[in-house]
Each structure stands twice: as C-alpha cells, then as structure tokens.
Design a protein around this ligand. Structure first.
Ligand code: FES
Length: 229
C-alpha cells in the first residue's frame, strides 16, 4: 500500500493505482475525456492534469495514467492547473467549436467561448476511445489512427472500408463527443463515420432486438453461442 495526499486529504491505496482512481475514492472529481473505465489509459486529451509534488520537486502530469508507487502530494485544482486546463479545453474547442458536450464541459471549467477555430473542423477530438474499444473490448481492430499532425484522423486500416467492422456500435457508445453515432433506418444499422451500412436481422429473446449478421457471426465464433433467430 502507498500513502498519498490529494488536496490535503490523506488516502492509502494499492501500489499502481492511478491518481485519477485515488482521487475518485476521495470523492474528488477530475475532468476527463479520453479516459474510460473499460479501456486502458491513453493520456491524450490532457484534461485530467494535476500537480504532483515529490521530494521537493513538482511536476504537472496526467492523472489517468500516473501510477502511484511512492508517497506523493497531489493538487487537482491549483491556480496553475485551472489555468492550464482552461487552455487545454480551449484547444479542444478549437477542433470542435460547436460540439455541445465540449461546450458544456468548457463552461464548467470557466471557458465560455473558443478563441481558436480549426478549418475545417469536426466533432472528433482524437481521444482514441473508439480505437481502443474496437481493439481491446471487441478485438476486431476495424478502425485505427491514420495521418499525422493536422491530418490525423480515425479510419479503417489503410482507409480501406473492409468487412472487419461488425457494426456493433461500441465505438459510438464510448465516444465522448458524439462524433461517432449509430442510426437505424428500419432495415439497416448505419455508422456514418465509417461509411458503414449493415442490414439488421431480428433476434428473439436476446434482450437486444436487432443485430447485424456480422455481430451474430462474432458471437458464434467468439463465445460459441448463437443468438436465437
Ligand atoms: S483523461 Fe487523462 S489524458 Fe485524457
């Protein structure tokens, strides 16, 4: 066990607990975007930054992927952290200036209007939640990062719209900004972001009434289980 102090409160946690988890145990909220409890930490949005003091030295670091191994002192909302976090949300808003979820989060951090604006812009903040869900949870790797710098984007490998995607919608489920969305038109499941239109079939007694053929095959192959249709 390791002892640490967060915003003046002392807590003891198992070694390699993240600062974010330790703070949550104390009821201290740290804003996050790229982090998701079902996925490995990625540390891309930088919104969860905190100030860590150890041995007379201080550093600013992301709390979602900082593993506690030694006694430390953490400040989650010092003046410096608040200022840096406002700059970070400004940059994210610059990418997605009219995204309602980001605007709401920005407001809660004291930022009311974007001072930057990318051209063109969309709703993706490149947090990688969709990529990690597809790879770590569904394990089909149907999407990945491509490009560098301002051209960085998420798309199917090599931009090739192949059949890896089973249209499960896990990517949309974990997307924090709504950049990936699943729609139904009565006969198809549509994921616009990946240009994926997949016919659905009715599945009885499954608790989920419609699935794609690819999802049914996925269940058969992964769990040796056939949904009743
Ligand atoms: S939540 Fe920690 S970097 Fe995004």
């Amino acid at each position: 066990m390791v002892k640490l102090k967060i915003n003046g409160k002392i807590i003891e946690v198992k070694e390699e607990t993240t600062i974010l988890e330790a703070a949550s145990k104390l009821g201290i909220q740290i804003p996050t975007l790229c982090n998701h409890e079902a996925l490995s930490p990625y540390g891309s949005c930088r919104l969860c930054i905190v100030e860590v003091k150890r041995g007379g030295r201080s550093e600013i670091t992301t709390s979602c992927n900082y593993l506690i191994t030694k006694e430390i002192e953490v400040q989650t909302n010092s003046e410096k952290i608040i200022k840096y976090r406002q700059m970070i949300i400004q940059l994210l808003l610059g990418r997605c200036p009219d995204n309602p979820k980001l605007l709401e989060l920005a407001k809660s951090l004291g930022v009311t209007s974007p001072i930057f604006q990318a051209d063109p812009y969309d709703d993706c903040i490149l947090c990688g939640r969709c990529v990690r869900a597809c790879s770590e949870v569904v394990k089909v790797n149907a999407i990945t990062f491509a490009g560098r710098g301002v051209s960085r984007r998420v798309e199917p490998p090599f931009g090739d719209y192949n059949d890896l995607c089973i249209a499960c919608g896990a990517c949309a489920f974990v997307c924090p900004t709504g950049a990936v969305q699943v729609q139904f038109d009565g006969t198809n499941k549509i994921i616009d972001k990946w240009e994926k239109v997949t016919p659905i079939v009715e599945v009885k007694n499954s608790g989920q009434h419609y699935m794609t053929e690819a999802q049914i095959n996925y269940f058969k192959n992964s769990f040796n289980f056939t949904p009743n249709n």
